[in-house]
Design a protein around this ligand. Structure first.
Ligand SMILES: Cc1ncc(COP(=O)(O)O)c(C=O)c1O
Length: 381
């Protein structure tokens, strides 16, 4: 008998249903008919690579960001890799970013042979500490990657001012920031290129992998398009090195159904985040929104000492939590031989020990949020 066929063990200590970290079925239900129709449209079209569906989504996605060019690719990781290629990053170049990000930010840097150089983060916002940027720049710094972690936003205008005159490009890591904005401007419209992920749990998620680059520069857009498809410039002619990383038309069609709902979903995330803010006890430390930011609340994150005990006790009360992320990048074995392994980043390391993500997605009920807040109040000392 395998595990799936065993009857579920009774959990008498839990009186009401569990609160999971995420439930993609909640979003599927109201849009099911439209999504299935979109998938059928692709199957009937006979175009299974790029084509109208991908182009239509790219146009809609760019338009939702006030214009420019979107280039659909296979994942958020590839969006970063292709962005670095388009900007001419060479092996040995340095890319400035933070160590409390998701591993893929760094996988992408390593895939082009570049070296990650970290600045520590502001412990209140968990975002790149811009006060440390100037001291971290060298002759080899080619790109800076502000990571809009959790849906919070780095002040990219300030970052650009710090980089002025040094020929350093900015690639915004917007994987977690769909729907966030800074001084009224959407995430992804500040850098030379922005990289988005449509990983299923993201604010705008596909039903599989997907990603996109966004840029206002038509020449960069052309390079991004060429690089995602073998470096082609015209049929069967490679102008540059390239990869195969194309947004799948079925995913593009699904994303096209979901995109118009993104603003409403992000508003709902904000409403639930505000409810957490009000409901959690004062002694539970929140990671806060940066100044001038309308946070996208991909994740609602608190800091708790004794995190593992707290997680276990919340689980016993039917509340699932996440940790984003439990290890600072420069402390991972994969990067032990790189110069960044010797960096000291006390705030990034402390966050890795203490951050705890509470359940938050648009269809989550307010009762569930109150229940989570009560459970947190009961277990966090
Ligand atoms: C901050 C950040 N950057 C990059 C990525 C990579 O995106 P993907 O999983 O689509 O490759 C993710 C998502 O996992 C992420 O959270």
């Amino acid at each position: 008998m395998n595990d799936a066929s065993k009857p579920a063990a009774p959990r008498p200590e839990i009186a009401t249903p569990d609160v999971p970290m995420f439930d993609y079925r909640a979003q599927l239900q109201p849009l099911r008919a439209q999504m299935l129709a979109a998938i059928e449209r692709v199957l009937d079209s006979g175009t299974l690579i790029l084509g109208n569906e991908v182009e239509a989504f790219e146009r809609a996605f760019a338009q939702a960001h006030g214009g420019g060019h979107a280039v659909g690719v296979n994942s958020g990781t590839d969006a970063l890799v292709i962005a670095f290629h388009a900007l001419g990053v060479q092996p040995g170049d340095e890319i400035l970013t933070v160590a409390n990000t998701a591993v893929p930010t760094i996988s992408a840097i390593r895939m082009v042979g570049a070296l990650p150089v970290f600045v520590d983060v502001d412990p209140r916002t968990a975002l790149m500490d811009l006060g440390q940027v100037a001291a971290a720049l060298t002759q080899r710094t080619k790109v800076a990657v502000p990571v809009h972690l959790y849906g919070n936003m780095v002040d990219v205008d300030q970052l650009r001012a710090l980089l002025a005159g040094r020929g350093i490009a900015i690639v915004e890591d917007c994987a977690q920031a769909q729907g966030a904005s800074l001084r009224g401007r959407p995430a992804g419209t500040f850098g030379d290129i922005a990289a988005f992920s449509f990983y299923p749990t993201k604010n705008l998620g596909a039903y599989g992998d997907g990603g996109a680059c966004l840029t206002r520069d038509p020449a960069l857009a052309e390079r991004l398009r060429s690089h995602r498809m073998y470096g082609f410039a015209g049929a069967y002619y490679a102008e540059r090195d390239g990869v195969n990383s194309r947004l799948d038309p079925i995913q593009a069609a699904i994303l096209g159904v979901k995109l118009p709902h993104l603003p409403t979903w992000v508003e709902r995330r904000r409403t639930l985040a505000a409810l957490y803010d009000r409901s959690l006890p004062k002694h539970v430390q929140r990671v806060v929104a940066a100044a001038d930011v309308a946070h996208g609340y991909h994740l609602y994150v608190v800091r708790v000492p004794e995190r593992e005990r707290v997680r276990d006790e919340l689980r016993a009360r039917g509340v699932t939590t996440g940790v984003h992320y439990p290890h600072a990048i420069h402390r991972m074995r994969a990067y032990a031989a790189l110069p960044c392994a010797a960096q000291s980043l006390p705030h990034s390391e402390a966050l890795a020990r203490e951050v705890l993500s509470l359940p938050l997605w648009p269809e989550l009920g307010e009762d569930a949020v109150r229940r989570v807040a009560d459970a947190v109040a009961a277990v966090v000392r």
